[in-house]
Design a protein around this ligand. Sequence first.
Ligand code: CMC
Length: 433
Amino acid sequence: MAETRDTITIVDNRTGKQIELPIRHGTEGPGAVEIGAFTKAFGLFALDPGFVSTASCESKITYIDGEEGVLLYRGYPIEQLAEKSSYTEVCYLLLNGELPTREQLGEFTHTIRHHTMLHEQMGRFFQGFRRDAHPMAILVGCVGALSAFYHDHLDIHDPHDRMITAHRLIAKMPTLAAACYKYSIGQPIVYPDNRLDYAANFLRMMFSVPCEDYQVDPVQSRALDVIFTLHADHEQNASASTVRLAGSSLANPYACISAGISALWGPAHGGANEAVLRMLAEIGRAERIPEFVERAKSKTDPFRLMGFGHRVYKNFDPRAKIIRGMCHEVLRQLHHSDPLFDIATKLEEVALHDDYFIEKKLYPNVDFYSGIILKAIGIPVNMFTVIFAMARTVGWIAQWIEMIAEPGQKIGRPRQLYAGHPAREYIPVERRG
Ligand code: CMC
């Protein structure tokens, strides 16, 4: 718990009544006013649609400074982790709070590699979906269904059981994600190969077929590993908050992660990476960029430039900076030229010099470039958000563990400003006009 030192005085101008509320200071960034006594004193709720000014919890996992473009996992800058670490090590860090020793990393890697198999009966679930179902729809269903399979080690109040659940989810997500894809294209589901690392194993399950040899391309697997690291956590965003809220009722953790996946799916959140690629394809050629920029600025057109803007980053998204640089490098190494990448680069240039985007502080976010790399690797567009969900699973589960383990943990229960009809008498149907 952060120490309480300062206070803020709130005065009710109607009555002159005033109260002092404690200000809590964290280790970085703005502090927060504890408003618990506010409602009791004034009989008023705090209204903050979209949680723009509300800290929903105290957390030690991830820190974002939106003005400075800073993202830290457990204190470590994302730039250093993307360059020097691996996704598996980042998972350990997010879950345990510290970087592992060599021995701890070896043990953790072994554990994750040996939880990759799915219960054989899970395969039956895929059969229930239409082949043309969106892989996110299948993933939401199948992760929820895991709650019906893993009854052992499910005491959410036992830290050991919580960690086993975390290992299972992190390890099984690539197997499930690749299976969603294989099912949608009518190919046999590929079993994991536990000799391979996390990203390589996923690539093999996505692209190998039983009748041919498959060699994982190290450029592709490294690029994917960095993409996983960049997406691993992002503090209290819509999906993490959904996982926390669902988990606060002490619900089954697999069901909570499935709720998080549902929240991620929307185009304002993780669904944006898919929407970016579709938008770039729709733009088609550089000459049409001004037309789309004008549409994005129009008050009467709901169109937005996908991959631009962020609730928290108002200067630049550090993940976008890393991924933009990586994009050039990966395309070069894979000898891949993509006209959509040229359109993306030109669109970025036009938008960054446009007064509307400058004034509203709308910069490219992580999703603007990640799709170009995923496409170069051969990942189909409808799998982009599935990959985001795979990578974010560790963040969700770390947030869930932190929430459950907090002393005095309470069910989340926001209140509302009621604006409906005042109380009225029921009128029998025969007397209604
Ligand atoms: N294109 C055009 N105008 C925009 C855009 C955009 N991409 N984003 C925001 N605006 C405008 C918006 O119309 C509003 O204008 P006004 O003040 O005149 O009404 C102003 O900027 C503020 O927008 P907002 O919707 O109030 O901002 P928000 O913080 O609620 O939304 C956002 C953030 C990310 C949902 C939004 O910027 C957006 O829809 N972006 C496109 C989708 C996208 O790329 N999402 C991925 C986010 S990063 C990955 C992740 O974390 O999931």
